[in-house]
Design a protein. Structure first.
Length: 199
């Protein structure tokens, strides 16, 4: 090989050697930077994923269109539905209901339906308070009152506020009432006024 060609070959070899040497330094550095970036991304996502629930842990739990099915201590069924149910963030045993509807003896021949604007269910005592335009409606008549209390243990529905409406015998007004035996028996008390309807 002539000397000029040999010198050119040596120069090319030296350039390749310098390039290889530089790549041996740069490539590990780039790999290190990529790994550091991936580690930082994973750490950031882990931190934000853990921080998000902590920030919203005090938000109340809310259910839309819930349906609760239960039985009292004597095995009598009832169904409770609502537009929404929201657990009290300060009291886990209290649930606020929007537009609740309670049905006693849902599968029986004469179910009694109780509707209201709002309600509160106390899990500790298993009692449901409903208020705001409360209406009791069944085959025996329909009555309006301000508020009612349903005990899911005994299956009894009572109210201490005025009630008025019409039953099978006629119009009835009273200061308090109680509904027993899955709605089969209604007891009115306190200033009871009735207007009998002739058959």
């Amino acid at each position: 090989m002539p000397p000029p060609a040999r010198r050119a070959s040596i120069q090319r070899w030296r350039r390749r050697s310098r390039a290889i040497r530089a790549l041996r330094i740069l490539l590990p550095g780039l790999i290190g930077l990529i790994l550091a970036g991936l580690a930082a991304t994973v750490a950031y996502k882990s931190f934000t994923a853990q921080a998000a629930p902590t920030a919203s842990s005090n938000d109340p739990i809310r259910l839309v269109n819930p349906r609760f099915v239960g039985r009292d201590d004597r095995g009598r069924p009832f169904v409770l539905i609502a537009a929404s149910a929201t657990r009290d963030p300060q009291d886990d045993l209290k649930v606020y209901l929007e537009k609740p509807a309670l049905v006693l003896d849902d599968e029986g021949p004469d179910p009694l339906r109780v509707t209201a604007a709002k309600g509160v269910y106390h899990e500790g005592t298993r009692k449901l308070e409903v208020s705001g335009g409360v209406r009791l409606a069944g085959a025996r008549g329909a009555f309006d009152t301000a508020e009612s209390l349903f005990d899911t243990k005994t299956g009894e529905l009572v109210g201490s506020g005025p009630i008025q409406g019409a039953g099978s015998l006629g119009e009835i007004q009273a200061k308090s009432y109680g509904v027993y035996d899955k709605g089969a028996r209604m007891v009115f008390s306190g200033g009871v006024h009735t207007r009998l309807q002739p058959k």
